[in-house]
Design a protein around this ligand. Structure first.
Ligand SMILES: *[C@@H]1O[C@H](CO)[C@@H](O)[C@H](O)[C@H]1NC(C)=O
Length: 443
């Protein structure tokens, strides 16, 4: 009874939202005709044996290691991965762990997590999961610059998601970064499985590094704490980075230190996340990793009317930490549109602040966020409500090239681009160290 009325009210809400969206869309005239949201994709039932791997994806798991994650219907299937550098010839085998969960009437398959390595850099590996089914291949990230990240948030599983994934597939990238909102399963647990199938061709070949959004929460009061499905399926290297929660962690690729924060877990000064962040930042060595990049779901700098000011509390708590550490770039999602800021801190242009980019436009079924605050704030350089993805090419220790590619008529059109120079190269890092030392020495 409870479940039925719950899902019915969810559907009613969605219907009201859709009608409101159509009415409002009709009253706004724009020079570029914005695409409508596309339907959720239909996934045919698989007829593979239940011991065959499904939903294969990989993620970085500490220096030179990769975690392989997959699901089997067969509960006796082993959590082993065979791998090697030539097809069909596996010189190594690793044993992993598995988990599963139940959610009201749904029971997940067996979810396997197996760490493989040590692996060589910039190398293609062929691998097989649980000794069954097809061979997959992955490429490890390079040890040196250049490194290219694909970035897309708020993906979902619609026709637009497919287009975004196809465009990302055409770009030659090393690691995928996802600032929250993956499947839009929204309590329908089998939708986590279909999302896993949808992203497998990409996510089994390059590491996908994700953090949580509101659609991962799936809380049912008194019955379910949040993030059960997300944590079981998208295990990230939190243990490897000294964190006690899968909701925030960090990792390194060549000369880049990347921090994935959680917008939906405690972030005030007394919180575990805050203390972990302080500790993680204190260990960053800018000689080894000149670039410092941070991701989380809810943007701090957002001039879209959608989700206005939702990130303010987290920003008040954590922006001073990020500024003191000279973070180069912040990537967020949540708002279904694209926006890029100048270097900014505490609401004002600051040459030693971070560039903030909102890229919550992967293609989910809720559609785009069309309405902006006017006039455009002084800090906002570029803003547009279209589906698309970003590419971040870190060229060397001083230069990175950022581009945003709009899904225009199903072609990826590069609509925004900018060269970003690192704060290390502009002297900000050394200057702030000096200020901190002066403060410590002051009587
Ligand atoms: C870094 O890359 C930029 C852009 O290609 C180039 O202008 C610059 O000379 C490079 N710097 C070094 C130290 O190689």
């Amino acid at each position: 009874m409870f479940l039925r009325s719950f899902s019915r009210s969810l559907m009613e809400l969605k219907l009201i939202a859709a009608v409101a969206f159509l009415l409002l869309s009709a009253t706004v005239a724009a020079d570029y005709v914005r695409p409508q949201p596309r339907k959720t994709l239909h996934f045919p039932l698989s007829h593979n044996p239940s011991s065959h791997p499904q939903q294969v994806h990989i993620s970085l798991a500490g220096d030179k290691h990769m975690r392989v994650t997959w699901v089997t219907g067969d509960k006796s299937s082993p959590s082993s991965v065979e791998y090697g550098t030539s097809p069909g010839r596996y010189s190594s085998v690793a044993q992993g762990e598995s988990t599963s969960y139940s959610y009201i009437f749904y029971s997940s398959g067996k979810i396997h997590h197996t760490v493989i390595g040590p692996l060589e850099h910039s190398t293609v590996y062929f691998y097989r999961c649980g000794g069954q089914g097809p061979e997959f291949q992955l490429k490890t990230p390079p040890a040196q610059f250049p490194v290219t990240f694909a970035v897309a948030g708020d993906l979902g599983q619609t026709g637009w998601t497919k287009t975004t994934l196809d465009h990302i597939d055409q770009c030659n990238y090393d690691v995928h970064l996802l600032p929250g909102d993956l499947s839009y399963a929204d309590y329908m647990q089998h939708r986590w499985d279909t999302f896993g199938e949808l992203v497998q061709p990409l996510a089994s070949a390059r590491p996908w590094m994700v953090t949580e959004g509101n659609h991962e929460k799936e809380v049912i009061p008194f019955l379910k704490d949040g993030f059960e499905s997300y944590n079981a399926r998208w295990k990230m290297p939190f243990e490897e980075s000294g964190s006690s929660s899968n909701l925030y962690y960090s990792f390194e690729v060549a000369g880049i230190h990347v921090i994935m924060l959680g917008s939906y877990t405690d972030y005030d000064e007394q919180s575990n996340q805050y203390r972990w962040l302080e500790n993680d930042l204190s260990k960053v060595d800018r000689k080894k990793t000149p670039w410092l990049v941070v991701l989380f779901h809810v943007p701090w700098y957002n001039s879209n009317k959608a989700h206005q000011a939702e990130g303010d509390d987290m920003m008040a708590a954590m922006e001073p930490l990020l500024y003191a550490a000279s973070v180069d770039l912040v990537l967020a999602g949540h708002v279904h549109a694209y926006e890029r800021s100048k270097r900014i801190n505490n609401g004002r242009f600051d040459p030693c602040g971070a560039v903030h980019i909102t890229i919550g436009d992967g293609g989910n079924n809720e559609g785009l966020a069309h309405w902006y605050i006017d006039p455009q704030p002084e800090w906002s350089v570029f803003r547009e409500a279209s589906f698309g993805h970003g590419e971040l090419k870190i060229v060397n220790s001083t230069h990175a090239f950022w581009s945003w590619h709009r899904n225009d008529d199903d072609e990826p059109i590069r609509s925004d681009q900018v060269w970003i120079s690192s704060l290390v190269s502009s002297g900000c890092v050394a200057e702030k160290r000096h200020e901190q030392r002066k403060m410590l020495l002051a009587p």
